[in-house]
Design a protein around this ligand. Structure first.
Ligand SMILES: Cc1cc2nc3c(=O)[nH]c(=O)nc-3n(C[C@H](O)[C@H](O)[C@H](O)COP(=O)(O)OP(=O)(O)OC[C@H]3O[C@@H](n4cnc5c(N)ncnc54)[C@H](O)[C@@H]3O)c2cc1C
Ligand code: SF4
Length: 473
């Protein structure tokens, strides 16, 4: 523990945002980092609790009190080594993790947790700046060949772990670029994409080969992949979106969020916005986003940057309380009112609302018909209302992975929710030498959980291939 009385003397201070009026003019990141000395001060607030709840709250079990101490003592390089021992990509989580660690921090009991995520991000950003992050090339090759399907955070983490112990790792990605939802779902204003590119370069030097534009179960039969590799990990994500089966769903201007968001990320990268289909743009439109989660927020921020006339976000759940009941919730993730940076940029939000139908003219959406719902999500009598809409974005989450194609061909067993069935010890499917991790196994989740599952699946695969493993779980 760096400073015994730090938590008494130093107030919580976090990164700020550039003003909304400036940041919505482009698609770049807008979080303003703290000065180095301020980060060191913030790290001094850590109480090094006997039971560090933050460490358990973090899905990759980052050793938070340890690196807080190192940062307070200005040993940033050692902090980076420590951080990377549990998290392959802290620059991703330091930007986009919702930080369940901070909810679990003992100082959160009075709403002033250590700024863990900010410190994590500062450590890894500094490590990149100083050239401390270099390829960890294995001394010996094992001669074993592993295929990973899907290049999201789960696939990337598994690939990096397995390459570092000497396996010949091949990542197959159906899109033209590596990164999964990090690359094409999460907008650049939350995480710029050169951050993924430099990790890919590191991983290639470590022995990972990326094969982009290869759809397993489409371009290449899944059976061929299994036959040609000693082990296969399925990390294809949870890509089936929840639909809205109401009258008018087929109207022009009603789209899934994941048809809209990737186009903007591709535009930002100067690539073809989409291979086929029509450009979906919010410019000059009244936009209604249905769904109140992360994806919905990303649709809001992107629509505002494209020049939407208005953005309204509808959520079927009731408005959560302003403040959680700490005695009931801590150290767990609390249900409470949160306002994302995108929502703060100018979206109207409404709760306990269902969409009863979508209306249009000449085949195009013009409005949606809504009603208030009761606690059983049933429409309340005489509560109907109409909202003007030229673009409706469906952001109601994802139900399970795509069952057709690869999964059907491999005949892997699915669980009751339609995810690929495997436990969290072996990550093994019912099919010989086929493993799975990330959203494809656990269902729609978070980047930090995908990293954890990728690491743990790598541990299991290495043990399967070599009989033993030194990879951490
Ligand atoms: C819009 C949006 C915003 C989000 N924001 C956040 C956030 O701020 N913070 C957070 O923690 N989480 C966020 N999430 C969730 C997070 O992105 C996911 O939980 C995480 O990316 C899952 O990682 P994964 O590796 O399991 O799968 P994915 O990232 O989905 O990657 C799967 C990859 O597999 C590829 N693939 C699938 N099938 C095949 C096949 N047959 N052949 C070849 N390739 C295939 C896909 O093209 C994809 O690239 C967000 C999700 C969305 C949709
Ligand atoms: S990965 Fe997420 S939960 Fe873990 S320390 Fe970082 S911000 Fe906290």
């Amino acid at each position: 523990m760096g400073k015994v009385t730090g938590f008494l003397e130093i107030d919580r201070q976090d990164r700020s945002y550039k003003p909304a009026g400036d940041r919505i003019r482009n698609h770049k990141e807008f979080v303003v980092p703290l000065e180095e000395r301020n980060v060191e001060q913030q790290a001094a607030r850590c109480m090094d609790c006997g039971i560090p709840f933050c460490h358990n709250g973090c899905p990759v079990n980052n050793q938070i009190p340890d690196w807080n101490d190192l940062v307070y003592n200005s040993d940033w390089e050692a902090a980076s080594i420590n951080l990377h021992s549990t998290n392959n990509f802290p620059e991703f989580t330091g930007r986009i993790c919702p930080a369940p660690c901070e909810a679990a921090c003992t100082l959160n009991i009075d709403d002033n947790p250590v700024t863990i995520k900010t410190i994590e991000c500062a450590i890894v950003d500094k490590a990149w700046e100083n050239g401390w992050i270099t390829p960890q090339i294995p001394e010996k090759k094992t001669g074993k060949k592993v295929a990973i399907v899907g290049s999201g955070p789960a696939g990337m983490a598994a690939a990096q772990q397995l390459a570092r112990v000497g396996h010949d790792v091949h990542v197959f990605e159906k899109n033209e670029v590596v990164g999964g939802l990090l690359r094409l779902g999460i907008p650049d204003f939350k995480m710029e994409k050169q951050i993924i590119d430099r990790r890919c370069e590191q991983m290639e030097a470590e022995g990972v080969t990326f094969h982009t534009g290869v759809h397993i179960g489409g371009d290449m039969p899944a059976k061929e992949l299994v036959d040609n590799h000693d082990a296969v990990i399925l990390t294809g994500g949870s890509e089936t979106p929840r639909d809205l089966p109401v009258e008018g769903r087929e109207l022009d201007g009603v789209h899934f969020a994941m048809n809209f968001l990737p186009q903007q990320n591709r535009r930002n990268a100067g690539r073809n916005w989409d291979g086929d289909g029509e450009p979906i743009l919010a410019s000059g439109k009244h936009v209604v986003v249905i769904g109140g989660g992360d994806t919905g927020s990303d649709c809001i921020g992107t629509s505002i940057r494209q020049g939407a006339l208005s953005v309204t976000q509808l959520e079927i759940m009731p408005e959560p309380p302003e403040k959680e009941d700490k005695a009931l919730s801590w150290p767990h993730w609390p249900l409470k009112m949160r306002t994302s940076s995108s929502q703060a940029e100018g979206a109207e939000r409404d709760f306990s609302v269902t969409t009863t139908s979508i209306g249009g003219a000449d085949g195009k959406v013009t409005h949606i018909n809504c009603a208030r719902v009761d606690e059983k999500f049933q429409p309340v009598a005489d509560s109907a209302f109409e909202l003007k809409a030229d673009l409706v974005l469906l952001a109601m989450g994802f139900v399970h992975p795509i069952a057709e194609g690869m999964l059907a061909e491999l005949d892997v067993e699915l669980d009751a929710r339609g995810n690929v069935k495997a436990d969290m010890q072996a990550y093994k499917t019912n099919r010989d030498k086929v493993f799975t991790a990330g959203d494809m196994r656990r269902g729609q989740s978070l980047v930090v959980w995908a990293i954890r599952e990728g690491r743990q699946a790598a541990h299991s695969v290495d043990k399967f291939l070599m009989g033993e493993t030194e990879l951490p779980r």
